[in-house]
Design a protein around this ligand. Structure first.
Ligand code: SF4
Ligand code: SF4
Length: 198
């Protein structure tokens, strides 16, 4: 009858495994992320099995649909809870997560845009002054992840050709698309916000 997605826990990824297995083209990916066309759904349940985080639910009757809809509505989780659980990151505030160098590869696997802040003991104060996350957070769309990584091994910087800390690395589709290294002054700050918005 119909499929429902719990967007409170969904990665909203264009590599959605539910979309990949659906035989009826119910799922599509576009500007607004993952969307569904329930007029095509035959309730086969394949997508439900394919979603590793149980974000997809299939209803076979109208009654079941309403029940699942209510369960999703009442689900107290948020996408941030899931990121912490799923990617092993530590939540710092509403928008930022702290992760270890080793975990970064896993996170970059996602298609979602990601901003990775690299810092070390020496640069942390500079960073707090130069790139106030809260200030740029308003520019994030619901998709962007902001992850802080304390750099302990110089090889980690070499990997991304980073010469100076603090640094901000921008990833899209798992690829590095832009880098900011060192202090960000006021003039650059507005450019940075524009870049994030766009
Ligand atoms: S597999 Fe599940 S969590 Fe991932 S994008 Fe699809 S519905 Fe969302
Ligand atoms: S239940 Fe079957 S037809 Fe419906 S969206 Fe899932 S995979 Fe596609």
């Amino acid at each position: 009858m119909a499929v429902l997605i719990n967007f409170k826990i969904c990665d909203n990824d264009k590599a959605c495994s539910g979309m990949a297995v659906c035989p009826c083209g119910v799922f599509s990916w576009g500007k607004n992320g993952l969307t569904i066309d329930n007029s095509k759904c035959i309730s086969c349940g394949k997508c439900e099995e394919a979603c590793m985080v149980s974000a997809i639910r299939v209803a076979k009757t109208e009654e079941e649909y309403k029940k699942i809809e209510k369960e999703i509505e009442d689900d107290p989780r948020t996408i941030n809870d899931l990121l912490v659980e799923r990617y092993g990151a530590k939540l710092i505030d509403a928008v930022a997560m702290e992760a270890k160098e080793d975990d970064i590869e896993l996170k970059l696997d996602s298609k979602r845009p990601m901003i990775v802040e690299l810092f070390n003991e020496d640069s942390i104060m500079c960073l707090l002054k130069s790139i106030p996350v809260k200030k740029i957070a308003d520019a994030f769309d619901g998709e962007t992840r902001y992850i802080k990584v304390e750099v302990k091994n110089p090889e980690f910087m070499d990997k991304y050709d980073v010469k100076e800390l603090p640094a901000l690395l921008f990833f899209r589709d798992g690829k590095l698309i832009k880098k900011y290294e060192g202090y960000v002054d006021e003039a650059e700050e507005s450019k940075l916000i524009d870049f994030i918005k766009n």
